[in-house]
Design a protein around this ligand. Structure first.
Ligand code: SER
Length: 321
């Protein structure tokens, strides 16, 4: 049985990945780690270590202590926070990747998952049905780190045979753990505010279309790419991945079907420029061909599930994180 370490397990995607992998592999085979104990569910549902993704020796010690063979590196500073702290974003996003890639190169671990993002694209990229291979001139620090990271993943695979796998996540929408510091975060906040305030002031303009995906699909894609035989993974930088694309106006309309008195206002801030530099939709044919990726949730199904789960969460005594 493979033994897994998740770095950044308290975050939006890391927390759900931890839960799913613990269900599949057994909790003792999935070590979660993060820089604090804030996500009590992750901390209490199996082995947990405090780990700074920037600290090579700490990662190595943790891997040796738990006999880890596979690492999911989910720690990163996202696009909006990255613009406020460019050097910190570079430091965290790049050094954590080098640490994990070098441990794989040394043979300490066998397999790596590292997420890339639609942020690798920029204003010169074709924005509709963005192809797998295209112009990439990202304008955010986050996008630069992800693009450079992709090149290094490909390099470590070709030069050293490292089994690293990656997908370019679109904006991920989920109800369990809040995202933090991203430009696509509005599409999560809007559901929370629809339930608590019946009103949301959006930091993007009404017709800003971005590629998005429900968490269930994102987790499924992650498990699928990691399960695929190595020879099926033909792209070792990162795969385009798509599910749905919508604008703030369209997500608001889908919420109104469930909460008729929901109101939305628009107050674009610095994140508008980031969103405008990203694609509207993504062509993910290659992922569908190489490892049989397909999404399940459309906007209406996702809205129904989000509202159902969040209404339950807010009406129970459970803390909303
Ligand atoms: N969700 C990310 C962000 O908005 C994009 O990968 O920064």
């Amino acid at each position: 049985m493979s033994k897994v370490l998740i770095i950044g397990a308290a975050g939006q995607i890391g927390s759900e990945l931890t839960q799913k992998l613990r269900e599949i592999n057994g909790k003792d085979n999935v070590v979660a780690s993060d820089i604090n104990y804030s996500n009590t569910h992750v901390v209490n549902s199996g082995p947990f270590e405090i780990l700074d993704a920037k600290d090579f020796n700490a990662i190595k010690n943790c891997i040796e202590k738990h006999h880890i063979d596979t690492v999911y590196l989910m720690a990163a500073m996202l696009s909006a926070t990255g613009e406020k702290h460019p050097m910190m974003a570079w430091d965290l996003n790049m050094n954590s990747l080098f640490h994990v890639l070098n441990l794989a190169k040394e043979g300490v671990i066998k397999k790596v998952f590292w997420p890339s993002s639609i942020a690798v694209f920029g204003p010169t990229t074709p924005s509709v049905q963005t192809p797998q291979h295209t112009t990439m001139e990202p304008t955010t620090v986050y996008g630069i780190t992800k693009q450079v990271g992709e090149r290094w993943c490909d390099y470590y695979h070709k030069q050293y045979g490292v089994d690293v796998r990656s997908i370019r996540y679109p904006g991920i929408i989920s109800w369990k753990t809040m995202p933090g510091g991203g430009t696509t975060d509005y599409a999560v906040e809007i559901y929370h505010k629809a339930i608590t305030d019946k009103r949301y002031d959006c930091f993007l303009s009404e017709n800003t279309e971005l590629p998005m995906m429900f968490m269930e699909d994102a987790i499924e894609a992650t498990l699928q790419i990691m399960k695929a035989p190595s020879e099926a993974i033909k792209i070792r930088s990162a795969y385009n991945l798509a599910a749905i694309s919508f604008t703030p106006k369209q997500i608001a309309a889908s919420i109104k079907k469930h909460i008729p008195d929901f109101k939305i206002g628009y107050n674009p801030d610095f994140r508008q420029k980031i969103a405008d530099s990203w694609p509207k939709s993504i062509d993910d044919t290659q992922a569908r061909l190489d490892w049989n990726w397909k999404h399940n949730y459309n906007l209406e199904q996702m809205t129904k599930e989000m509202i159902f789960q969040l209404e339950k969460k807010y009406s129970s005594s459970e803390k909303v994180t």
